[in-house]
Design a protein around this ligand. Sequence first.
Ligand code: ADP
Length: 315
Amino acid sequence: AQQQEQQKPASPPLPRQNAKVTPPSPPKIIADKTRTLEYLRVGMLGEGGFARVYEVKDVRGNRAACKVVTKSSLKTKKAKTKLYAEIKIHKALDHPNIVRFQDCFEDEENVYMTLELCHNGSLMDMLRRRRRFTEPESRFFMIQLIGACHYMHTHQVIHRDLKLGNIFLDQNMNVKVGDFGLAALIETPGERKKTICGTPNYIAPEVLFDNVNGHSFEVDTWSIGVILYTLVIGRPPFQTKDVKAIYKRIHDNDYEFPADRAVSTRVKELIQSILTPDPQQRPTLHEIVDHLWFTTGTVPPYIPISAHDAPPDFR
Ligand code: ADP
């Protein structure tokens, strides 16, 4: 794996399709080998690359999310290393805006990870219904996201896959960042990563095009800029029909603010400063929250559940 990290093709590869593996079909009662942990499977929440996520209940009636990975999908050393890295990183994080990692155990068939349940789905699901968010709502979500990200960075963790689909909402509509499947731990100061990973729309230019210096924490800042644009405009800035064209637009810093969408000059200014191609010139998370868009705009104290379907009135 070490070697693979060093080598890099001349042009960015296209994201690999997830290998087709048989999805897990866990038993109705999920338990570890000693039956100290026991959960009742009550529903399915979603599906990812290798995992299925179920809603479960423990013996006391506490609900949780349970991510299930089949052992048959963990045959290669690389797949195991990846899952262990995800678990190790996620387990170590403890922040109100990060999905809490509860337990990890296995049976004959699968590996199970129980996580804090996010009752209100992801920001991606919500954006589909709402089309776009108001600027006060966006401020609310962004402040919590940036808080979580700052916490990760001070704990040497780069998330590397921040996107609307990985930002979940709990029962009070508070942000919970999840899915640490691509996260990396910076173990020595100044260390740079060279693996190309992320989700096309949200990938920072240095991940794709700088095979000399690699990348670090600033890739999350870039994704935060893409997320802010997507919240207020309704679609990602570099979105086009195919992945190669997305990468070209990222390379050329080619995006615009559609004329038919009224957004403030301040938010445009902030987005433009975050989407700075040179990672060294990109603002820090502190500088972002100190921007006038945050400091002089309304921040609602909470987001009402009604915001799922219609813009709330915050005046
Ligand atoms: P993968 O890493 O394989 O993409 P994810 O962790 O993103 O898997 O989870 C896949 C889906 O499961 C998510 O898109 C979401 O719908 C659901 N999900 C994941 N974690 C939770 C959670 N803590 N609470 C509620 N739903 C969740």
